[in-house]
Write a protein that binds this ligand. Structure first.
Ligand code: F6R
Length: 619
């Protein structure tokens, strides 16, 4: 939540600071879009501009009132926590003497105490934010220690809560200082210029060389240097990495929205996540393992922790991992896990699934699990983020940058990575023969083409979605792996189209939800393969008949060639034949497209739905 950009580059003077910062904010706007602002260090001191609403409002203000050229600057796009999203509360906030500007992502939990202390000493607050408190504290600390890095260190130690902070000083035209505690900050390394950002998207247009900043560290960037110290001033050598996305991956590439583009990216996201997963002997490998394989062999329980869409990916993982590895798998929302005294010990493997790698609820659950002695494995999309750094093992999804706030391609990549994890554990524990693992991998490798076929053949889904722009409620039913798909379909529709939508386990219908069915109620039903086991297919066909008899309009997602559904489907959308456990990768795609198209027909902003932010870095 909140996007943060910092830039310094003396040789690129005359306005580049503003361009770089605004460009970075455009790429980070998915993190928050309640207001935006910038601060530049100019020849005449600090210049600031800020505006409520989306970034475009700030852009228009800057066109009307251009800012002077500068070599260093910071920028912020806000998801409001303390104080309404208006011009005054927008960041940056400035110290009482007007010499220091600061931006912030996170929540300062002891801000009321600090504010009272400042006010008692005569400081006048102009905003309702916790961030302004930091600006004034920095002003006072700078007077004492005489440099911005030292001032940041001394203030950071006084703050409780979560924060990424960036600051500039009017007297230091070639310095930006940043710090982080439980909020993300990465460093971009350029030539004669350096960058700071909430994530690498902030500077990917300028450099792919980056550096992770650890917990409780302070970074000082100048055009030619990056130096990092801990809160006590001891020098730290951070880990460097090269970003494997390019700038084009974070652009719309001719699509009307990032979401549409990211849906079209899905065949690649799955294919790339499958790439390079075996060693020279053909055995599956993880990306980073800081735990003994013997520990993984002794695991007797897996708990998947995640939030939202990532948790639905976890639910799909449960079916596959239990089936392949015969280990019990629980799936739990990270925020519930953290606060319920879960039964976790050294034989528990906790799998944390997160696109951003920064979701605070998931991060807190990871820490809690490790404190209880569990081994934590992260399935994460964003390199340089906190969750993989704090985990014992990592499996990266290679979905590329996901910019639209609603998750699509990351979901498919997370499911793919979860299958890989299941197969890896099956290999390690010998619960599947190597040739069975190889066969499932081959089936997985066929998925990108099948997903592409669903996208290419989605014309009717789009038409139906457009015709339903006035719908006030849509229900989704599924069984087995179709159940999390149903819930994901409902979530996409809620968040994009602001329509009441609910996903149910089809078997649960007659235990209550069937009371919702009335004449014309649209219901999506995800039908399992007729080739699957346990007569699941015929059970779901019966469920369709039950709701149709009560007036439901049935929108059926079924496997190609499944003519059994036709007599009961008001609309049938077919997806390519796929083994049951892998079917979510194709079945969810029509539901994503449905939500996108319906929301577009309603004239809504599908990339930035109301009230949401992509990276939820507060609990
Ligand atoms: C829904 C969506 C969210 C995220 C959730 C977890 O479309 O995007 O539900 O899935 O906030 O985010 P990550 O995966 O970054 O931990």
């Amino acid at each position: 939540m909140c996007g943060i950009v910092g830039y310094v580059g003396a040789q690129q003077a005359n306005g580049r600071a503003l361009d770089v910062v605004m460009g970075g904010l455009a790429r980070l706007e998915y993190r928050g879009y309640d207001s935006a602002g910038v601060a530049l260090v100019t020849d005449d001191g600090l210049a600031t501009a800020k505006k409520a609403g989306k970034l475009v409002n700030l852009t228009e203000q800057l066109e009307a009132h251009p800012m002077p050229p500068a070599t260093a600057g910071i920028g912020h796009t806000r998801w409001a926590t303390h104080g309404a999203p208006n011009d005054v509360n927008a960041h940056p906030h400035v110290s009482a003497d007007g010499r220091i500007a600061v931006i912030h992502n996170g929540i300062i939990e002891n801000f009321a105490t600090l504010r009272a202390e400042l006010e008692a000493a005569g400081t006048r607050m102009t905003s309702e934010t916790d961030t302004e408190v930091v600006a004034h504290l920095l002003g006072g600390a700078f007077e004492e220690v005489g440099d911005l890095t030292g001032a940041m260190r001394s203030v950071a130690k006084r703050l409780h809560g979560t924060f990424t902070l960036l600051a500039v000083h009017a007297d230091a035209p070639d310095v930006v200082v940043g710090t982080r505690h439980d909020s993300p900050l990465v460093v971009g390394l350029g030539e004669g210029e350096n960058f700071l950002g909430s994530d690498v998207a902030a500077f990917i247009a300028h450099t792919r060389e980056a550096m992770e900043l650890g917990q409780d560290q302070v970074v000082t960037i100048t055009p030619d240097d990056v130096s990092v110290v801990d809160f006590d001033g001891a020098h730290v050598e951070p880990r460097r990495f090269t970003v494997d996305w390019d700038a084009a991956a974070a652009e719309k590439g001719g699509f009307a929205s990032f979401m549409d583009k990211e849906i079209h990216d899905q065949p690649h996201a799955v294919a790339d996540t499958l790439l390079g997963r075996t060693d020279t002997s053909g055995r599956l490998v993880l990306d980073e393992v800081r735990v003994d394989e013997a520990v993984l062999r002794q695991i007797d329980k897996i708990i998947v922790i995640a939030c939202g869409t990532a948790a639905y990916a976890g639910q799909v993982a449960k079916y596959a991992i239990e089936h392949w590895c015969r280990i019990p798998v629980e799936v739990e929302l990270a925020h519930e896990f953290r606060y319920r005294d879960p039964v976790v010990n050294s034989k528990t493997l906790v799998v944390a699934v997160s696109q951003s790698g920064e979701t605070m609820d998931t991060l807190m659950a990871v820490r809690h699990a490790r404190e209880q002695g569990a081994t934590v494995l992260a399935i994460v999309n964003t390199h340089g983020s906190t969750i993989p750094r704090e985990s014992d093992a990592v499996l990266y999804t290679h979905a590329g940058p996901e910019v639209a706030v609603a998750s699509t391609k990351a979901f498919l990549a997370q499911i793919t990575a979860a299958y890989l994890l299941g197969l890896y554990l099956a290999q390690l524990r010998g619960t599947k023969f190597p040739d069975e693992i190889a066969q499932t991998l081959d089936e997985l490798r066929e998925l990108p083409e099948k997903i592409q076929a669903v996208i290419d053949g989605a014309g009717r889904v789009r038409e139906v979605a457009r015709s339903m722009a006035d719908a006030s409620s849509v229900l989704f039913l599924g069984r087995h792996v179709g159940y999390p798909v149903a819930m994901e379909g409902a979530l996409k529709l809620k968040e994009l189209a602001y329509i009441h939508a609910e996903g149910f386990a089809a078997g649960e219908l007659k235990h209550g939800p069937i009371a919702l069915i009335e004449e014309g109620q649209p219901v999506f039903i995800i039908v399992p393969s007729p080739r699957g086991r346990d007569s699941l297919h015929s059970k779901v066909i019966s469920n369709i008949q039950e709701i149709r008899a009560r007036g439901a309009r049935t929108l059926v997602i079924a496997e190609e060639g499944d003519t059994d559904v036709l007599p009961f489907a008001d609309e049938a959308f077919f997806v390519p034949r796929t083994p049951t456990l892998l079917a979510p990768l194709v079945a969810v795609v029509p539901l994503q497209i449905f939500a996108l198209e319906l929301a577009t027909a309603k004239g809504l902003d599908v990339d930035q739905p109301r009230n949401l932010a992509k990276s939820v870095t507060v609990e």
